[in-house]
Write a protein that binds this ligand. Structure first.
Ligand code: ZN
Length: 317
């Protein structure tokens, strides 16, 4: 008789799980990933399948179809259909162990595995060395159980408290103009061209793309002026550009001056930086008309085109 294998060894519907995991990645509202950034966060549906598959065996009478149904984002205790499926899984687990089994995740990170273990009625233990992840785990696994609905209002109240104070302190750096609010400032590091006949400021860019999506392509186009020996910038959009934005001014530490085309060795770039002679310059501002309205790169906000140093260290216009 073949050995009684765990479901994780025998029958996980990998294709359906992969598809569902991809779908879950795009879900933001109500997802624990919005609590705090955590790297390498695992999709909940996959964690659920892994925990279930590690607790139950072929003998427990579940099939791939049931697992695929159970391991979907929409399945949770707040939904009657979802709760019905979860109850079936919990009953199987209880019947097998006679009590809630203990599930230990010794590298718990963002907490997907212990959260799903709890959902399946197990007793979850999470261990984590990183203090950020530790706090994420507390807020994911422990506080909702301990404080219940009171937590919702507390998070809202204190979240707004933080937001109000942040707005007060930072508003001056994000001045609204024509309905557009700046949300990011793009800076470039700069060095002086070592060519004695030139001495232009070289903005150090690996590439000039600002947005590179199928439906939105925006780039900074450098405009070197051989007379004034300055590099200014234009913002260009569209599918066809008359230059290659992927071609920056730095590659493997070596730089090139856009005014005189002198190649600058990495050693020189490094030495200038170490001597404290590396400058910086604000070259573009990213703005938005509001949440969900996308990012804009208005030319009117193009701040790079002014004498070098004018923007030094201060993002205000
Ligand atoms: Zn030069």
């Amino acid at each position: 008789m073949p050995p009684n294998r765990f479901l994780i060894e025998a029958l996980l519907p990998l294709k359906e799980l992969s598809k569902e995991a991809r779908r879950e990645k795009a879900i933001r509202h109500g997802h624990i990933s919005t609590l705090h950034v955590w790297w390498a966060r695992r999709p909940l549906v996959v964690a659920r399948a892994a925990v279930l598959g590690a607790l139950l065996t072929e003998e427990d009478g579940l099939d791939e179809k049931f697992i695929a149904n159970l391991c979907r984002w929409e399945v949770h205790d707040g939904d009657p259909g979802g709760r019905y499926l979860l109850e079936q899984a919990r009953t199987r687990i209880r019947n097998r162990y006679g009590r809630p089994p203990r599930v230990l995740d010794s590298f718990a990170g963002g907490g997907s595995i212990p959260l799903e273990a709890l959902r399946l009625g197990a007793e979850a233990y999470a261990v984590e060395y990183n203090p950020v992840a530790y706090l994420v785990l507390k807020a994911t696994l422990e506080y909702p159980q301990r404080y219940g609905h009171r937590l919702v209002q507390a998070v809202k109240t204190w979240g707004e408290w933080v937001l109000d104070r942040a707005r007060e302190e930072l508003a001056a750096f994000y001045p609204e103009a024509d309905g557009e609010t700046p949300i990011a400032y793009i800076w470039s590091r700069t060095i002086r061209c070592p060519n004695p006949a030139c001495g232009a400021e070289i903005p150090l860019f690996r590439q000039f793309w600002l947005a590179r999506k199928a439906n939105k392509r925006v780039a900074l186009k450098p405009l070197p002026d051989p007379v004034t020996r300055r590099v200014d910038f234009a913002i260009v959009e569209g599918r066809h550009m008359d230059f290659d934005p992927a071609q920056g001014t730095v590659s493997r530490g070596n730089a090139v001056c856009l005014v005189c085309n002198t190649s600058v060795r990495a050693d020189y770039v490094k030495a200038e930086a170490q001597a404290g002679r590396m400058g910086h310059r604000l070259v573009a501002v990213v703005t938005t008309r509001g949440k969900g309205q996308g990012r804009n790169y208005p030319s009117s906000h193009l701040l790079g085109n002014r004498p070098s140093g004018a923007c030094g260290g201060n993002a205000r216009r």
